[in-house]
Design a protein around this ligand. Structure first.
Ligand code: FAD
Length: 281
C-alpha cells in the first residue's frame, strides 16, 4: 500500500528523495503498473515525476528525443515519432492505458512481453539517464539502450530522462503475437538494420518471449550481417535455438518457437524488400 506521495520538481530532487526515503520508494510515472492489481512493483512510497517537465518530444537534424514521461498516446499523436515506434505503441490496445502509460515506465519494467523494448533495441535507441554520483553531485549520461538492458542491475535507481532516436535511416520493423489485442504477447520481436550500403549491417534482432525473457538473437544477427543465409527461412531455423521456451497461458513452447522463427524470417524479408526499394522504414 502506498502511504507517502512525494512531489519532486527536478531530476535531482527526485533522485535525492529516492535515496533519502530508502527501500520501498520508487518513481511514479503513469502508474499503470504500480497501481495494477498484482503489480510487479512493490512499494510504500512514491516520488512523482509529473513535475519534472519530461513530457516533450523534440527533433533536431533528424534526431528525435522523447521525454520519458511522454505517454503512449502522446507519442502516437506526434508527427515527430517514427512509424516503426508507433507500430509498437499500438501493441498497447487499451486507449485508456495508452493515455497514462509512459515510455520511460515501459522501458524500466523490461517485461517479457514488453511493448516497446524489442523495437527500441532494434532501433539502436539511446537513453539519457540522471543519477547521483558517488560524490553526491548530479550527473547525466547518454547510453545505448542495449547497455541498459544487458546491465539492468547496474542501472537500478537511475532516472530515465529521455529516449533518443538518432538513426533516422535505419530499417526497423516489429511483430507481436497474442491471443487478442488486449492479451499479453506470447512473442514480440523486432528487426533493425542499417541498409544504407545496400546490404544489412549493424543488425539488431530482439525478442520478448513470455516466460523466457527479453533477449537479442545474437546468432541470427551475426548470420544476417555476414550474409550467411541463402534465404530468410534459413534465419528462422536458427532463431530461438538457445531460448528455453515455456508453456503458459499465451501458448505452448513449440508454438512460441515456431512463431518466433517465422516472424524473424518475415521481418528479414521485409528488410530485403526495403533494401531493394532503396528506402528505410
Ligand atoms: C492490464 C495491464 C496490462 C499490461 N500489459 C502490458 C504488456 O503486455 N506489456 C508491457 O510492456 N506492459 C504492460 N503493462 C504495464 C504498463 O502498462 C506499461 O509497461 C507502461 O508503459 C508502464 O508505464 P507507467 O508510466 O505506467 O509506469 P509506472 O507504473 O508509473 O512505473 C513502472 C515502473 O517503472 C519505474 N519508472 C517509471 N518511470 C521511470 C523513469 N523515468 N525512470 C526510472 N524508472 C521509472 C517506476 O518506478 C516503476 O518501478 C500492463 C499494465 C496493465 C495494467
Amino acid at each position: 500500500m502506498i502511504t507517502e506521495f512525494i512531489q519532486a520538481t527536478s531530476p535531482l530532487e527526485a533522485l535525492v528523495a529516492i535515496q533519502k526515503h530508502g527501500e520501498g520508494t520508487v518513481f511514479l510515472a503513469g502508474g499503470t503498473e504500480i497501481h495494477r492489481l498484482g503489480s510487479s512493483v512493490s512499494c510504500s512510497k512514491v516520488v512523482s515525476l509529473k513535475g519534472l517537465a519530461l513530457d516533450a518530444i523534440t527533433e533536431k537534424n533528424g534526431i528525435v528525443t522523447i521525454g520519458s514521461m511522454v505517454t503512449f498516446q502522446q507519442a502516437l499523436d506526434s508527427a515527430l515519432v517514427p512509424s516503426y515506434l508507433k507500430e509498437s505503441l499500438r501493441y498497447c490496445a487499451s486507449r485508456t492505458r495508452r493515455n497514462m502509460a509512459t515510455i520511460g515506465g515501459n522501458i524500466t519494467l523490461s517485461r517479457d512481453d514488453s511493448y516497446l523494448l524489442p523495437t527500441l533495441i532494434a532501433a539502436k535507441a539511446r537513453l539519457i539517464l540522471g543519477d547521483i554520483s558517488n560524490d553526491g553531485s548530479y550527473a547525466e549520461e547518454n547510453i545505448p539502450i542495449r547497455e541498459y538492458h544487458s546491465f539492468r542491475e547496474h542501472f537500478t535507481g537511475s532516472l530515465i530522462l529521455g529516449i533518443v532516436l538518432n538513426k533516422p535511416q535505419r530499417f526497423v520493423a516489429s511483430k507481436r503475437f497474442s491471443r487478442t489485442a488486449q492479451s499479453p504477447g506470447a512473442v514480440t520481436v523486432s528487426f533493425g538494420a542499417d541498409i544504407s550500403s545496400g546490404a544489412a549491417h549493424d543488425v539488431r534482432i530482439c525478442a520478448a518471449v513470455k516466460g523466457s525473457g527479453l533477449m537479442r538473437l545474437l546468432q541470427v544477427e551475426e548470420g544476417v550481417s555476414s550474409g550467411q543465409y541463402q534465404s530468410p527461412e534459413d534465419a528462422a531455423t536458427q532463431a530461438g535455438t538457445d531460448i528455453a521456451f515455456v508453456d503458459d497461458i499465451t501458448g505452448g513452447a513449440a508454438y512460441k518457437r515456431y512463431i518466433l522463427g517465422t516472424a524473424v524470417s518475415e521481418l528479414y524479408r521485409s528488410c530485403l524488400g526495403a533494401m531493394n526499394k532503396g528506402s528505410a522504414v
